[in-house]
Structures are given as C-alpha cells and as structure tokens.
Ligand binder design. Structure first.
Ligand SMILES: Cc1ncc(COP(=O)(O)O)c(C=O)c1O
Length: 382
C-alpha cells in the first residue's frame, strides 16, 4: 500500500539507550521525532493546524500560509505547503541557521528575515507582529500561529501523547520535554495528567529564557525558550521545571552522538540530561520518557563544528562519566512550576493575534469542558 509523504508523519519509535544509563537505574526511553519526514516533531503540529484550517474553511486551495519560526516549524510548514500546493512565507530572524534557511527555501517557501529585536532582546514578538500584519494584508492568507493557537498543543494531545502511552511498557514514571510555544509539553502533559496521573511531568527551558520566570538573558539553545509563559501550556500540569545552560545542552547532544550513536539537537540534549538525572534517582523498574524533538544533522554548522563549539567555550570531548556527573549535579529550577507563571497580559491585543486563532481557542475551550466530563478512554486508564 502506498502512502503520501504527509501520511508518514507520526508513529515515531521509542528507543532505549545502553551506555549513558546504568542497569541499576530507571530506564531512559527517547521519543525519537527525527523520523518525521520534515525531520522534527513540528511536522505533527504543522499538519494538524493546516488540516484543521482546511476543514474549517479558514484555508482554501491557492491560499498562503504565513508563520513566524526560526527553524523546525518553518521547515515543516514549507514541506506541507509543497506537498499540498500552498504558497508559504516564513518569518525568521538573524539567529536562523543557513541549514534551516536552505531547507525552508528548498521546499519552495519564501523567507523574510526580521532584524528588529523585541523588548526581551529576542525576535519572537517582532516576528509574530509582522506575520500577523502580513496575514491581514494578503488575500487568502492563513496564520497557523503556533505560539497562540491552542490547536498546537491539541495536535500532541491527539497524537504524540497517545503514542507514548501505547509504546511505553507500563506507565512512565516521568516524562521530560523542552518548551517554547508549549505545544508538545502542553498537549502531552494534559493527556498524561488525565490518563496517567502518577507520571511526573518535567518541563525543560534554557537558562536565559523566562517561560518559568527568572532573569532574561541571551541564550543559544535552538528551538527552546520564550519570554513569556505560552498559552499552550498549563504550568499546573507540571511537577518540576529545569533550566539547562547552552553548554550543558550542546555538550550532552554531542555525547549522545559519540557514545550512543543517537543524533539529537541541543534541546534534546537538555531533556536527555534531565532524564538521566531522574534515572539516577529511581530503580530499574521505572521508565522515563524524554522527547528528542529533532536530529543533530540539522546543526552541522554549530553542534558538530568543533571550531564553533570551541568559540563558545564548549567542550567537544565529554565522556559518559562526564555527562552522568553533570546530570547528577543538576537541581530543579522549581518544584512547583504552577507558581512560576510569567504571563504577559495584553500580548494578544498588542501583537494583533488573528481571528482564526481566537476562534480555534474558543472552540477548544468548549470541547475541553466536554473532555473533562467524558470518561477516559479505557485503553489509557491508569
Ligand atoms: C528542536 C526543538 N525542541 C523543542 C522545541 C519546543 O517545542 P514547543 O514549541 O512545542 O514547545 C522546539 C520548538 O521549536 C524545537 O524546534
């Protein structure tokens, strides 16, 4: 039976590791999203957003997709636009790598580089505001709006989270994921708190990002971080929050390639480090699922470029013992993330979030209420 390229999104493997994880510890399992056809977890949310918009009539044949993304979501959307025949415009910033720009353009999308920084020193708000402006000006445009559209986390509630519980032998004792728009962590934590309430949910942010509050500073870990708590994430669904430094994230990702044969990007290195920390605290009857959002081949000019790593002052030779030591010394940023909210009221008005986003969020709010009243699917009962 043949499949289209978009049919191959999802159903990624859950893989074990052998050398970083000791037999007397909890087993670390990676949800390995690199095997999506666009190379990252973002294929899932991008497809869900586009197909929901098609079904609701918000996106019509010949339409234009406009999104703010410095990497993976833009690549996924460009791929989907090429497969379905839409014009795609991606707003990136000067931090976007040449490799990501080449992939976005390779799928035929147009790129706009936004160079104006926002009040936090990043580009999120200026990119989003310009994307919203363009979407209001271009006939037939649709803004998936991964940052404000709660269909983003719904995509992971409907697919990634279910796959994890189907694939994991028994319930995971903990689940670890990084956060930016909050799509993956928001959707999966909501699902786990409903169907596996004893699973601890752990969020990972970059040092310098303020999703869980704290001091804003520049950081280099790609894909992670935001200067506010995203609407896609309910912090009350998290048990712990960690902040991982750029060096820890990059060095761990390098070590997993070198010592386990597993390619992962720096955000996944950050999650893996936290997963190893938790594994050291529990016995072998426990399992810890950690998201690997993308593969390291996307970061060939940074992560796997020794001169670049040295220019940042990062080690290129960390051994499994080094990584295990770094993991052991980690401390959570918060053991009650529900109290760390950094909500910036007024952003929806200030950035002129599109009507279709507000409509989707209102509909989801109604179906959430139905969801709560509906008994959980028997297959997932804890
Ligand atoms: C590599 C990588 N890791 C983690 C994330 C965070 O995922 P989310 O936006 O669903 O919070 C992203 C998002 O861009 C990413 O590209």
């Amino acid at each position: 039976m043949s499949a289209t390229i978009l049919d191959t999104i999802g159903q990624t493997p859950l893989i074990s590791i052998s050398r970083m994880n000791r037999p007397e510890e909890a087993q670390v399992l990676f949800k390995y999203e690199r095997y999506n056809p666009g190379g990252s977890i973002k294929d899932r949310a991008a497809l869900y957003l586009v197909e929901t918009a098609e079904q609701r009539g918000w996106l019509k044949p010949g339409g234009t997709l406009i999104e703010s993304s410095s990497g993976n979501f833009g690549i996924s959307l460009a791929m989907i636009g090429a497969a379905k025949g839409y014009r795609v415009i991606i707003l990136v910033d000067p931090k976007t790598t040449e490799a990501n720009l080449a992939l976005i353009r390779g799928f035929g999308a147009e790129v706009i580089v936004v160079t104006e920084q926002d009040d936090s020193g990043s580009y999120h708000k200026t990119r989003i505001a310009l994307a919203n402006k363009l979407a209001s000006e271009i006939e037939g445009a649709y803004r998936p709006d991964q940052c404000f559209n709660r269909l983003n986390q719904e995509a992971h509630y409907q697919s990634t989270a279910r796959e994890i519980l189907e694939q994991c032998p028994g319930r995971p004792s903990a689940f670890v994921a990084a956060v930016s728009t909050g799509g993956q962590l928001g959707g999966i934590s909501r699902f786990l708190k409903t169907y596996a309430p004893r699973t601890q949910v752990v969020g990972v942010d970059a040092v310098g990002s303020t999703v869980f509050g704290g001091q804003a500073n520049a950081y280099r870990t790609p894909g992670v971080g935001l200067s506010w708590t995203p609407v896609n994430l309910s912090l009350s669904n998290l048990d712990y929050a960690y902040k991982i430094s750029d060096e820890q994230a990059f060095v761990t990702a390098r070590a997993f390639a070198r010592h386990e044969g597993i390619l992962m990007g720096p955000s996944s290195g950050a999650c893996a480090l936290v997963a190893l920390k938790l594994a050291q605290q529990w016995g072998p009857e426990h399992r810890i699922v950690s998201m690997v959002a993308d593969g390291g081949d996307r970061y060939i000019q940074t992560l796997f470029n020794d001169p670049w790593m040295h220019s940042q002052g990062f080690s290129t030779t960390a051994s499994p013992a080094d990584i295990r030591g770094i993991a052991r010394r980690l401390e959570p940023w918060s053991a009650s993330p529900g109290e760390c909210a950094n909500e910036q009221t007024g952003l929806i008005e200030a950035l002129q979030v599109p009507q279709a986003t507000l409509l989707a969020n209102a509909e989801l709010h109604l179906s959430d209420t139905i969801q709560v009243r509906r008994p959980p699917a028997a297959a997932f009962l804890d």
